[in-house]
Design a protein around this ligand. Sequence first.
Ligand code: SDX
Length: 436
Amino acid sequence: MEKDQTLTIQDNRTKVTYTVPLDHGAIRAMDLRQMKTGPDDFGVMSYDPAFLNTASCRSAITFIDGDRGILRYRGYPVEVLAEKCSFLEVGYLLLWGELPTPSQMREWVDLVTHHTMIHENIKKFMDGFHHDAHPMGMLISTVAALSTFYSEARSVLDPEVRKLQILRLIGKMPTLAAHAYRHSLGLPYVYPDNELSYTENFMNMLWKKTEPKYVANTTLARALDVLFILHADHEQNCSANVMRSVGSSQADPFVTTAAAAAALSGPLHGGANEEVLRMLDEIGSKDNVPAYIKKIKEGHGRLMGFGHRVYKNYDPRARIIKKAAEEVFEVTGRNPKLDIALEVERIALSDDYFIKHKLYPNVDFYSGIIYQAMGFTPDMFTVMFAIPRTVGWLAQWQEMLQDPEQKIARPRQCYTGYGAREFVPLEQRVTQAKAA
Ligand code: SDX
């Protein structure tokens, strides 16, 4: 590591030279404010729309090396965790920083399991939605509604209160998601079964019919565990940024999680997995792939499930999901959409446009194909993303609240509008020339 971790910046307007320290490869934006042309000058700001090159926080939760396609949770490669752990075990790691001991794991699973029930009034809320309401809209609304049941949740600076809400959210997300799914099918809601694992119970609440006790297919339950691990966190993605920003006002974690889920629902973010299936349906067959890719290269739309702000290499999660697909298909039968997806990947990865733009399959490219094979309709795919990502959002939220440097998020702006101008009374306003 070089000794002198500083930058020397000359302000050519004043010929004054400044030396600013570097920390983790970044300068503090506030160190720019000293660079003024005079006493009335506000000082220099940094301008970075969409935060392409701005660190909003210090975090120890998730590490991504986008060029090398590396993803680690608290230092452990996601490939190892997906192979060796359960989702709740990884959830514990993300939230509390270490893998649990056997006794810690038993207590953690027991606590989450006993927070899967929801207040009966939530069902009335759920029943109020139209029969074809999008499950993501139902989930976002009902998560926010949970805040009306737990008024103590606003005490976000109390670690014990925080932990109880964290348990409630992790425990109840699958229940709310399953209720939304059952509502869309006109089926009665299924109560949680505390004798089942986290993913088996989710399957129970989704798919139990009239049998006295639901028995989950263990291959599918394990595949869901792996998918949940892969979707659990991804450092400062769009929805995590929302979780931190909304949480910074000390709003309660229920409305904050609802805000993050709203961000996730966008087609450029977690909503992409649903768009991938629509895209594969539109392509229709392997033979139509070249023409579709040509259309994308001509600027007509995006290849959904491809590209990433950070990964400029293959998303390691997509590689694992692709492998998990084969195990699921042994149970469910092969989803023919996989053949179209594989052809899209084959052609895109050898095409100059995608190579030049460093566009590779991301986490959303293959996940929907598995979910569809399991029986989920595309409008449930982003719900399947939100359930595990709740753990990551809560880990980011808690780290933000515990960071002594963090305060309410309030960015600056570069003002480009009018200067002060005289008011013109209504009767004197003639049709204006188009505003500048
Ligand atoms: C997730 O941030 C995270 O970590 C997110 C996530 C997580 O776990 O939280 O990983 C989950 O959201 C994965 C991404 C899912 N979204 C999609 O699959 C939608 C399709 N992908 C894109 O829209 C895009 O790649 C983004 C949104 C993912 C990233 O966009 P950026 O970084 O803002 O890049 P950009 O839109 O500025 O594109 C840069 C160039 C453009 O070309 P030029 O105008 O420079 O010539 O690359 C092109 C874009 O047109 N491009 C694509 C493309 N993605 C980018 N062209 C065709 N198809 C695509 N998918």
